[in-house]
Design a protein around this ligand. Structure first.
Ligand SMILES: NC(=O)C1=CN([C@@H]2O[C@H](COP(=O)(O)OP(=O)(O)OC[C@H]3O[C@@H](n4cnc5c(N)ncnc54)[C@H](O)[C@@H]3O)[C@@H](O)[C@H]2O)C=CC1
Ligand SMILES: O=C(O)C(=O)COP(=O)(O)O
Length: 528
């Protein structure tokens, strides 16, 4: 039974599939402090949040069973991603479900600021009939600057076109073709600042976007410009905005988000008649909340049940075409890593991987994660997973290098993994054989043909008559059954290896007895 903690108000209808799942127990406990969360999180396999819960390193440290943190929404700035990656906790979000809700709020804010609806409402309900103070501006024929042309920014741009606005967009990933398709002119932040009558931001908050609109940009702006932020507090410098209003540059602003949420009672936005504010309502529609909760619940179920999931925030996405080509190799990659990892004696400084044949022209990065995970599993057990494998390698100064080549011998594909340490190199090669699945085809310098399954004995010996019989007799007399056996040698009478698949693990005592047999150099038991 997996336990899921929902620590922010998330749509019950959206998480119904979690309630319905026989292997899931859902507890809803919202509004908890960090200390309160730390006290209970140790019981849970998954944590579901929106933007209120700050998922700190302390919480993750206490969440020893945590496998996944699900964010029912887009922004994950309330989750310490580095700490999650370090601990191998998958962080997923639900990026698509609230796009329209936030886009529509942005539009509502733009119109509200153009016509001063909240200010007019306030006077009217206090029985003041003031028509003079609220002469607004139209959107038609105005220039809208959109900084951040992702999901929400693009939807805002589309709607602005219908309102007869001219749209300038800035986004490092906005291509000319896409801009043209959307009817958007490309511009830099400063060009947008100088040209726009309305500016709206739709980026995440990053080191680059923090204060992307600051004093120098406000100085460039046309008098009467209106500013909207329904993305993240801090993208626009709050103090600089207030100054620009005081200077008569900015005619009005609409903010749904703040550097600190909720803003302090003396926050300069709260009593400024030119600034309208809402309490982070972008995603707060019935539809969006259901959508994001459904999306995040599905993914959480997949992750808990060890099923393939789409994209994690702390793992690079794998495009479907790449996934289709690579998926059959994942098991081989991990098994090769586990096998070669158990062959190494000293501390390893490099994992060198060569992908050959069919794998030459594929983005093999996702497969590399499996290999590295396999190598590290021997030492780190469940602490390593696909999320943190590369991170764990880096932390241990373990260099991962990848080469591609066309040389596969007689195979159509070949994955060769070499572990290098100061004193030795261990190499293993495997292939995916049509109709036979994964095979290990080379151990060190010896050609072999082994299915990478179960428990194996890897025995280095001198190629002398009678040695195989002695090994068989010793194992048999200790009740260890041999399921299959392979011998690899380069030259008759030279050094050789024997690889046995055994039905149960051999005891330390049996391994010691094997090592003492004449002509045997080394005995290793491997578990795959
Ligand atoms: N107010 C609210 O309740 C909500 C706020 N949001 C916030 O809205 C923002 C946008 O969300 P989406 O459109 O779904 O995200 P998205 O990821 O689809 O779009 C963000 C865009 O920003 C661009 N970007 C990144 N750095 C940039 C830079 N330095 N300059 C210009 N563009 C840059 C990216 O290339 C991307 O295209 C996020 O911060 C999200 O957290 C989202 C939903 C609800
Ligand atoms: O999805 C986002 O990025 C949001 O900002 C929405 O936040 P919320 O889920 O409403 O707390």
């Amino acid at each position: 039974m997996f336990k899921v903690l929902v620590s922010d108000p998330i749509s019950d209808l959206g998480i119904q599939q979690l309630h319905d799942a026989a292997d899931i127990q859902v507890d809803k406990n919202t509004g908890l402090s960090e200390d309160e969360l730390v006290a209970i999180i140790g019981d849970y396999d998954a944590l579901l949040v929106r933007s209120q819960t700050k998922v700190t390193e302390r919480i993750m440290q206490a969440g020893t069973k945590l496998k996944v943190i699900g964010r029912a929404g887009v922004g994950v700035d309330n989750i310490n991603l580095e700490a999650a990656t370090h601990r191998g906790i998958v962080v997923i979000n639900a990026p698509d479900g609230n796009t329209i809700a936030t886009c529509e709020l942005t539009f509502a804010m733009m119109m509200a600021v153009a016509r001063q609806i909240p200010q007019a409402y306030k006077k009217t309900v206090s029985a003041e009939w003031d028509r003079k103070s609220f002469v607004g501006v139209e959107l038609r024929n105005k220039v809208l600057g959109v900084i951040g042309m992702g999901r929400i920014g693009s939807e805002v741009a589309k709607r602005a076109k219908v309102f007869g606005m001219e749209v300038f967009g800035y986004d490092p990933f906005l291509t000319e073709e896409r801009a043209e398709k959307l009817g958007v002119k490309l511009g830099t932040v400063n060009e947008i600042a100088a040209a726009a009558d309305f500016i709206t931001v739709h980026t995440p908050l990053t080191n680059e976007t923090r204060n992307i609109l600051d004093r120098p940009q406000f100085e460039l702006m046309k008098k009467g410009v209106r500013i909207i932020n329904c993305a993240r507090g801090g993208i626009i410098n709050e103090q600089a905005l207030v100054e620009a209003i005081d200077k008569g540059i900015v005619a009005g602003a609409a903010f749904d988000v703040f550097v600190e949420e909720p803003p302090a009672a003396d926050h300069p936005f709260l009593n400024n008649p030119k600034i309208i504010v809402t309490p982070h309502l972008g995603a707060s529609t019935v539809e969006a909340q259901e959508n994001v909760a459904i999306d995040v619940s599905e993914e959480v179920l997949h992750i808990l049940r060890n099923e393939p999931f789409k994209n994690a925030v702390n793992m690079p996405p794998v495009p479907p075409v790449v996934l289709n080509k690579l998926q059959p190799y994942f098991n081989l990659g991990e098994k090769l890593g586990r096998f070669v990892g158990q062959m190494a004696d000293g501390p390893v400084s490099e994992i060198s991987i060569n992908y050959a044949g069919e794998l030459m022209d594929v983005d093999t990065n996702p497969l590399t994660r499996y290999v590295v995970k396999g190598v590290l599993t021997n030492h780190l057990g469940h602490e390593v997973n696909l999320v943190n494998a590369m991170h764990q390698a880096k932390q241990r100064d373990l260099n991962v290098t990848v080469q591609k080549s066309s040389a596969t011998g007689s195979f159509t594909n070949l994955v060769t993994v070499t572990l290098k340490s100061k004193s030795e190199e261990r190499t293993l090669a495997g292939t995916l054989l049509a109709g036979y699945g994964e095979r290990i085809v080379r151990v060190g310098q010896y050609p072999v043909d082994i299915s990478p399954e179960g428990t194996l004995l890897l025995i280095s010996h001198n190629d002398k008559p009678g040695i195989i019989g002695r090994v068989g007799t010793l194992l048999g007399s200790n009740d260890v059954n041999i399921a299959s056996m392979q011998v690899g040698r380069k030259d008759i009478g030279g050094s050789a290896i024997m690889i046995l698949t055994i039905d149960k693990e051999a005891s330390k005592d049996v391994l010691d007895q094997l090592a003492k047999l004449p002509e045997i150099q080394n005995v290793r038991e491997l578990t795959l």
